[in-house]
Design a protein around this ligand. Structure first.
Ligand SMILES: [Zn+2]
Length: 405
């Protein structure tokens, strides 16, 4: 067998394509594989599919391919230009690469596989390419896979935002809670993000009328966005974000009280964690503080928080009565931050209680959150929100890619 035959088989080339020569340069650690076609071969028009068109000239192109052992490997070919009767002059498509790319399909498939597992910057260093070129590949396949996504079955949506670039920019995410998968990610955290989501949903065979449940935090922008764009949807405020409001109130009480009671310094997390999650030393501190100082405001705020948490263990038919009792207690606590938190709950009453009917699983949102953290790590050094968004789709979008294996 000639070495060119071996390369031809390894590349999976079919006629008229054949390997004409290979050029190995050990000093440059580089292998160039020349691909060519016999004189008189005919090709297919990439535009209209017209067969048996002869080449009238060629353009030499080079593609980075998978390494040959430790050696960078390039495919080099004369790519024919054809003159199609209908479409005019066109550069034909080669079977080993997509048009416009400087990488072979196999090389791109490798990039896509690695990108799910490690930061793009690391891959770039590993394959000795600028990461901008790799991001271009990722954008291409993610966009293409998203074009083919079908959102016609989506009924329940969760909305959340994440900061990018050290908190100066935001990306909002819309998640199919049944998937769970990321449906749409977009810059910003205002009401227009919901508008863009509606458009994107429609573009992917989704029907806004089918969206019956939406889970989000209490941001007025999301609330008004959902009310305007998805009038059929019922809002659920998720437990995680509600607890955040209560926790912040507890911490505010503690910080105010710390001025008179220095022992409260550095006890922040003791009051925010659940008792069963405390370390033994923390339990000790908690006991000492509450036994020594019987009238600690922080301790009262803490118990109001624990009590609020119990809401989520109530039977659905008892939930509202329970919340009413809690609200009365909180608003009569003489703890200003707790009262403010209770008023916030009151303003979002229906959405807080909706949880008992929609049963939106908080684990899903937490899962999505850890996925976003993973995407951020892999998009490390991402220069644009677009890179972060592409990575979020790649990791959380459950997309189907058509790539050679
Ligand atoms: Zn044509």
């Amino acid at each position: 067998m000639r070495d060119t035959d071996l390369l031809e088989m390894a590349l999976g080339l079919t006629p008229p394509w054949q390997v004409s020569s290979s050029d190995f340069d050990p000093k440059q650690r580089r292998l160039d594989i020349k691909i060519d076609f016999p004189r008189g071969s005919t090709f297919t028009c990439p535009e209209c599919g017209e067969d048996n068109v002869k080449a009238y000239d060629t353009e030499e192109k080079t593609w980075r391919h998978l390494n040959f052992f430790q050696h960078e490997t390039y495919l080099v070919a004369r790519v024919p230009r054809i003159q199609c009767d209908k479409c005019g002059i066109r550069l034909i498509d080669v079977p080993w690469a997509r048009s416009g790319s400087g990488f072979s399909l196999f090389f791109e498939a490798m990039i896509m596989t690695l990108a799910k597992a490690m930061p793009v910057k690391t891959i770039a260093a590993f394959v000795n390419e600028h990461d901008t070129r790799l991001w271009r590949v990722l954008h291409h396949y993610v966009d293409k896979a998203r074009n083919n996504s079908d959102y016609s079955e989506v009924r329940e949506v969760g909305v959340d935002e994440t900061s990018s670039k050290r908190g100066h920019k935001y990306v909002s995410l819309f998640v199919d809670l049944k998937g769970p998968r990321v449906l749409f990610a977009t810059e910003g955290k205002d009401a227009s993000t919901v508008e863009r989501f509606k458009q994107d949903l429609t573009d992917h065979k989704g029907n806004p009328e089918n969206i019956k449940e939406v889970c989000c935090d209490m941001s007025p922008a999301f609330i008004s966005g959902v009310e305007n764009q998805f009038p059929k949807a019922r809002l659920t405020f998720d437990k995680f974000h509600i607890m955040k409001i209560i926790n912040e109130a507890v911490d505010e009480v503690r910080r105010q009280e710390q001025k008179d009671c220095p022992e409260l310094a550095r006890t922040r997390y003791i009051w925010l964690k659940n008792p069963k999650n405390l370390k033994l030393t923390q339990v000790g501190i908690l006991k000492e503080l509450t036994v020594k100082k019987l009238n600690l405001k922080t301790s009262r705020a803490y118990h109001i928080r624990l009590n609020f948490q119990e809401l989520f263990t109530q039977a659905p038919e008892m939930a509202e009565a329970y919340l009413k009792k809690w609200y009365f207690w909180a608003t009569h606590s003489r703890l200003e931050p707790i009262k403010q938190a209770a008023y916030t709950i009151k303003r979002h009453w229906d959405g807080v209680l909706r949880w008992f009917h929609s049963n939106i699983n908080n684990g899903i949102l937490e899962g999505i959150n850890s996925l976003i953290q993973a995407a951020k790590a892999k998009a490390r050094g991402y220069r644009t929100s677009r890179n972060l968004i592409t990575m979020i789709y790649l990791i959380g979008g459950k997309l189907a890619f058509s790539l050679p294996t």
